[in-house]
Design a protein around this ligand. Structure first.
Ligand SMILES: NC(=O)c1ccc[n+]([C@@H]2O[C@H](COP(=O)([O-])OP(=O)(O)OC[C@H]3O[C@@H](n4cnc5c(N)ncnc54)[C@H](OP(=O)(O)O)[C@@H]3O)[C@@H](O)[C@H]2O)c1
Length: 356
């Protein structure tokens, strides 16, 4: 079976390795990975591969090389697990590989949790594999958008929810960096539905027209014009992870910055520095699985899923107006997509859906 591997200390170095399809033992099932999405989010999995243990979800047989985590669809190829039938189609967290061996637990017609021992200490938000008919997000015609945007939208729903919960949507503008990213777009889509929210997008000059064309942000400002932002209270949602942008935003607003939420790292090569002497509040890392835990406690897991799914379908329909998927199959296509995403060469209106 082919495995797409990324060198852990040099992401531009990637290759495919072939190995035997694993044998299915008692209590296990073998998934055949059908296809998966690839955006900057997958680069961030590599960037935080060690720090947030993303490399540990799908252990690689090759030292210093990682199996890239993705979100996508798979089919049960064979099963020795109770309640898991061959042919069932599942959505979940998958390696950029052709197969994944799982140890299903609590299987029913909604899917199962992978109870593989090596995942026990890892965040549970990544353990569930959901079968279509009972999955409130699932519609057969939107599979490509689900692979690309579903985890990002889930995060964005939670960002919008937290900002509202903490009263930050009405204390001056909410400023999102990497305003052209799918995560920021989804957050802006949710925030824009709230009354009195002023949304400002920070982006690169080549992406300004696209960001403005979305009609979500009240204003778009390029990274070199942060000084032009109106002074006063403001909330910063940092999706770029760019230390120079963070420094510029914090220096501009100083103590009037109400909150600085560190969400992403699209500018993954500009993350270093700027931590010392940062004016204003210390950035707080936003980790979606933690917020999932809080809202699952408040609303129940099913209550949370229902709320997010209700918001998801209108968003999904709205993206039909601008999102173009780029299909690709085989190692060369996956490698080329990976390098394009890594180098920031993918137009923001486009996104890769891949299969090995
Ligand atoms: N904390 C959490 O729980 C959580 C959950 C989900 C996602 N996230 C993070 O949110 C971020 C956005 O992910 P996404 O998949 O939505 O991104 P995406 O749509 O692929 O973002 C594309 C945009 O990112 C910027 N960009 C990408 N690569 C770049 C490069 N090499 N150099 C400079 N700019 C680059 C550009 O935007 P601009 O020109 O506008 O900057 C580009 O238009 C990721 O870091 C992801 O991990 C975090």
């Amino acid at each position: 079976m082919p495995d797409f591997l990324v060198k852990r200390d040099d992401f531009r170095d990637c290759r495919v390795v072939e190995s035997d399809v694993p044998a299915v033992g008692p209590g296990q099932a073998l998934l055949r990975v059908d296809s998966f999405g690839m955006t900057s989010n997958n680069v961030t999995y590599a960037v935080f591969g060690e720090a947030v243990s993303y490399w540990d979800f799908f252990p690689s047989s090759e030292e210093r090389w990682g199996r890239l985590p993705t979100w996508g669809f798979a089919e049960v190829q064979s099963s020795e697990a109770d309640g898991v039938e061959p042919g069932v189609r599942l959505y979940g967290y998958l390696p950029a590989s052709s197969h994944l061996l799982v140890t299903p637990s609590g299987a029913d017609d909604a899917g199962f949790v992978d109870a593989s021992p090596h995942k026990a200490a890892l965040p549970s938000a990544y353990h569930r594999y959901l079968a279509g008919p009972r999955d409130p997000f699932y519609r057969p015609e939107t599979e490509a958008v689900q692979m690309l945007l579903r985890p990002l939208f889930f995060t964005s729903f939670l960002i919008d929810d937290q900002l509202d919960d903490e009263g930050l949507t009405t204390k001056g503008p909410v400023i999102l960096s990497s305003a052209s990213s799918k995560t920021s777009i989804a957050a802006a889509f949710m925030l824009a539905q709230r009354e009195e929210v002023e949304l400002l997008g920070l982006t690169g000059s080549s992406n300004t027209d696209f960001v403005e064309s979305l009609g979500l942000y009240d204003g778009t400002v390029t990274y070199d014009a942060i000084d032009s932002l109106p002074r006063g209270p403001a909330t910063y949602v940092d999706v770029s992870g760019d230390s120079r942008v963070r420094q510029a935003v914090h220096s501009h607003f100083g103590d009037e910055l109400t909150h600085s939420m560190a969400v992403g790292a699209t500018h993954w090569e500009q993350m270093e520095g700027g931590g010392e002497d940062l004016p204003g509040p210390a950035p707080v890392f936003f980790f979606a699985p933690n917020r999932v835990g809080k809202r699952a406690d408040d609303w129940g897991r099913a209550g949370l899923e229902t709320r997010v799914a209700e918001a998801w379908h209108p968003f999904c329909e709205w993206t039909e107006g601008w999102l173009e998927t780029i299909p690709g199959e085989g190692f060369d296509a996956v490698r080329s997509a990976w390098l394009d995403v890594l180098e920031g060469r993918v137009e923001p209106k486009r996104a890769h859906v891949l299969a090995l």
